[in-house]
Design a protein around this ligand. Structure first.
Ligand code: MEV
Length: 403
């Protein structure tokens, strides 16, 4: 199939969507079987989040904050078209993702996947008299420790998830002397896993104290979810990259040069990755996920390999531009505040998220698309041209008193 068909049926390429009135956009989503008529009615008439729910979710609630919810088009990931919900206040992000996804379609779309949802819980032990002996005792007790962890969340094991392994790390020097850190790896399935993992590591603390003879301090998950990586790849033919006075080949070369600066310079890498996270955070917000955890994991990962670097890579291959991304994505399609947030559930439905791994793979593709869109704009027209045209609409609305 060519990249540009599928303007009907369940495709993600809905021509002229941005020019339609809201009611017509929603009608197209119903036509595309992405949402039911009742759900679109609820989007228009219903409350995004009741105050009652908000009051349960946080303390001292006084209201609910609004944020635009949009849909990015044109995404084809692993041969399947996906409509991508994005909640974000920044103009041009949704348009940029959609535009980039349209170009990637021309090369066959994104290839993306994600690891099993393994989260790490840490148990931090100080003043261990014999670290090597303690390590050996912990390792020998692994089956018992894993069973004890599973016992506090028997439902997880019944669903085929649960504690998987332990690893002991000796930190010979910290600012407060040596420390032993036990890592508990847990398959959390379709959850983000923070509650599950935190309960498990807290439950193991007495046993770890006994086995090490030390003092247990922190029991908490790590947001550096490096056993839960998602990755995506895109190959874009030069032929679709021509832009204004630049040939497709020049655009591709300039994108690689832009990436090279991020690879060499953390000042640029931070901004490069901010562009990646524009897309990933917007999907995280729309789907009710913990974007702070995702941000923490992404930037820690970006700093893990010999200095802070870009989350994506770009190179030339034949007459194509080849992009890839890999980062930890601890995301959920169940649990958290999803049960209380109808719009987040609706976003997951719009996306057709089948599992947390599926959602993570889509988010990796969105991050890559967002990065590509930013680099392409930066190396051709500059970022302000498109951005300011969209920003101007917001300013005009403000001039009318936000009507
Ligand atoms: C702005 O939100 C994001 C960019 O700065 C990303 C980048 O520079 O790559 C445009």
């Amino acid at each position: 199939m060519s990249g540009d068909e599928a303007t009907n049926g369940t495709g993600s390429r809905i021509a002229g969507f941005n020019r339609l009135a809201r009611a017509d956009r929603l009608a197209r989503l119903v036509e595309h079987a992405a949402l039911g008529a009742g759900e679109t009615r609820d989007l228009v008439g219903g409350e995004p989040l009741s105050f009652e729910a908000a009051d349960h979710v946080i303390e001292n609630a006084i209201g609910v904050l609004g944020l635009p919810l949009g849909v990015a088009l044109n995404f084809r990931i692993n041969g399947r078209d996906r409509l991508v919900p994005m909640a974000i206040e920044e103009p041009s992000v949704v348009a940029a993702a959609s535009g980039a996804a349209r170009l990637v379609r021309a090369g066959g779309g994104f290839i993306a996947d994600a690891d099993q949802a393994i989260m790490i819980g840490q148990i931090h032990v100080l003043r261990v008299p014999d670290p090597a002996g303690a390590r050996a005792r912990l390792e020998a007790a692994a089956p018992r420790l894993l069973a004890a962890a599973d016992a506090v969340h028997p439902g997880m094991a019944r669903r085929g998830c649960g504690a998987r392994s332990i690893e002991v790390r000796e930190l010979a020097t910290t600012p407060c002397g040596p420390a032993l850190v036990l890592h508990l790896a847990v398959d959390v399935g379709d959850a983000m896993g923070a509650n599950v993992v935190n309960t498990m590591v807290e439950a193991l603390a007495p046993e770890v104290t006994a086995l090490t003879g030390g003092e247990v301090r922190l029991c908490i998950l790590s947001n550096l979810a490096d056993r839960r990586l998602a990755r995506a790849r895109a190959q874009i033919p030069w032929s679709v990259l021509d832009r204004a006075s630049f040939s497709g080949r020049e655009v591709a070369e300039r994108v690689v040069e832009a990436w090279a600066l991020a690879a060499a310079d953390p000042y640029r890498a931070a901004t490069h990755n901010k562009g990646v996270m524009n897309g990933i955070d917007a999907v995280a917000l729309a789907t009710g996920n913990d974007w702070r955890g995702i941000e923490a994991g992404a930037h820690a990962w970006a700093a893990c390999r010999g200095g802070y670097g870009p989350l994506t890579t770009w190179s030339l291959e034949g007459e194509t531009l080849l992009g890839s991304i890999e980062l930890p994505l601890a995301v959920a399609i169940v649990g958290g505040h999803l049960d209380l947030n109808p719009r987040a559930r609706l976003s997951l439905k719009l996306l057709g998220a089948e599992s947390a791994r599926d959602l993570a793979a889509v988010m990796a593709a969105v991050g890559l698309a967002q990065n590509f869109a930013a680099l392409r704009a930066l190396v051709t027209d500059g970022i302000q041209r498109g951005h300011m045209a969209l920003h101007a609409r917001g300013l005009a609305l403000r001039g009318r008193g936000g009507a």
